[in-house]
Each structure stands twice: as structure tokens, then as C-alpha cells.
Design a protein around this ligand. Structure first.
Ligand code: ADE
Length: 235
């Protein structure tokens, strides 16, 4: 997958996404990451990218033209353009899954008080990572790109690593344990060391349901989709 970002601060995205699993995904060619900096698309001596807001108010607003030109350089036929903003649709695992199927994502990261509103129609999707205000869209882009990259087939070595995980089935995941079996007097649930796969699966389902009910009662497991019966009784 190719991902590009329009940003005044490419290092804020490039650096964290050079480490660990996403860093490896980049060196192995699963993810190609590029940038366009609106500052490189200015024409004045000071390379101005922001100005005071019309109508007054505090802070500066990113000007539309340098952002437009940077986006124009990156956008190809079939690109999916995402504007990061606290006003956008809330990002979650289902959005990550949708985005992981796209060929080319382009993120537009605002900074300061945001971007001139006239840029908004250039985006296919406005996206927020939560109800809080960041210094800019860059940390949000890192979170979204990270969550999307790990869903690209081949990025996680164990192919089923994303199948049973938190949120995929609408529930939080059951707790994990590793060696030693007794740590500072605390033991591991006996089901997990039983070697009985059915028992382990049942324990995990039970714990996942209990944990979700306690910690995130707002999360509802997806409804079972019943097959439409065609006259005969469904089995
Ligand atoms: N820019 C500033 N805050 C943001 C947020 N919560 N999500 C996405 N982009 C942002």
C-alpha cells in the first residue's frame, strides 16, 4: 500500500513510523510512505503557509493554496484522501479495516487552528481519532497509519494475529499471560495451562464477554447475520 501525507512536519510522522512493526513493513515494501510539505509550494520570500483568521480570533489558519498544491502533487486516480480533524468521523477498527483495502491513502494534516475550510471538499473523508484536540493532524495520522498497516496481509507474521484480537469481533480481548507460571505469588488461570484447546477457547470467550461488559458496556458484539431461508427451513 502507498500512503502519503500533506504536512508541515513530515518528521512527526516519518520518525515514529520508522520503528518496530511498521518500520519493518516499510523496509519489506508492504508500506511506502511519502510526504509533501505545503511550505515547498509557496512562492513568497518567507514561504508563508498560514495567516490570521477572517473575523478575528486567536491562532493562525493554514492557507488553502499551499495545501492544495501539495495535495495535487500526491493525488492520483484512485487515491483516497483523508482530512484529519477533531470534527471528523470517529476512527475505529472497522474504519481501519476499510482503509486497509485501499491502494493509496493521502492524509491532510492541519496544524495551528486548522486549515482554511475551503480545502475540506478536496477530502473523501474527514476523520478524528477521538474527542480531544491535538496540536495537529500528524499524531492522528501516525495512529491511523499504524492501525491500518498492521492489517495489510503479510505485515504481521502470524496470519491469524488480527483474527481474534480486541475489537475485531466487537469485544475486548481476554487477558494474556506468559512465563513464569507463578510470578510473585500470582498464578496463571488453570484453563490456559490445561493444554485443552476447547477449554481455552471457552475461557477466552467468557473472559472477553465479562471484560467488555465491565470496561466497555457501550461495545456490542455484531449481530449474527441469519441466512435468508428460501422456502426450506434454515439449518
Ligand atoms: N487534529 C487535532 N485533533 C485531532 C483529532 N482528535 N483527530 C484528528 N485530527 C486532529
Amino acid at each position: 500500500m502507498r500512503v502519503d501525507a500533506v504536512t508541515l512536519f513530515p518528521a512527526m510522522i516519518d520518525s515514529p513510523l520508522s520503528e518496530s512493526i511498521v518500520g519493518r513493513a516499510r523496509t519489506e515494501g508492504f508500506l511506502e510512505l511519502g510526504f509533501a510539505n505545503p511550505r515547498d509550494f509557496t512562492e513568497d520570500r518567507h514561504r508563508t503557509v498560514d495567516d490570521k483568521p477572517y473575523g478575528g480570533g486567536t491562532g493562525m489558519v493554514m492557507m488553502a493554496e499551499p495545501v492544495y498544491r501539495a495535495l495535487k502533487q500526491l493525488r492520483k486516480k484512485g487515491s483516497f484522501v483523508i482530512l484529519l480533524t477533531p470534527k471528523g468521523r470517529r476512527f475505529d477498527q472497522s474504519v481501519a479495516l476499510e482503509l486497509s483495502k485501499k491502494k493509496h491513502l493521502v492524509f491532510i494534516c492541519g496544524h495551528y487552528e486548522g486549515i482554511d475550510e475551503r480545502v475540506t471538499p478536496l477530502a473523501d473523508l474527514e476523520l478524528s481519532i477521538g474527542d480531544y484536540v491535538l496540536t495537529g493532524g500528524e499524531p492522528a495520522a501516525v495512529a491511523v497509519i499504524d492501525a491500518v498497516t498492521r492489517l495489510i496481509p503479510g505485515v504481521l507474521r502470524k496470519s491469524d494475529a488480527t483474527v481474534n484480537e480486541t475489537f475485531t469481533d466487537g469485544l475486548l480481548e481476554a487477558p494474556h499471560y506468559t512465563r513464569p507460571a507463578v510470578w510473585r505469588g500470582k498464578t496463571v488461570p488453570p484453563e490456559l495451562v490445561s493444554g485443552n484447546h476447547k477449554l481455552i477457547a471457552a475461557w477466552r470467550s467468557k473472559l472477553a464477554a465479562e471484560l467488555t461488559g465491565k470496561a466497555r458496556p457501550d461495545l456490542k458484539p455484531p449481530q449474527q447475520v441469519k441466512k435468508k431461508s428460501r422456502g426450506k427451513a434454515a439449518h
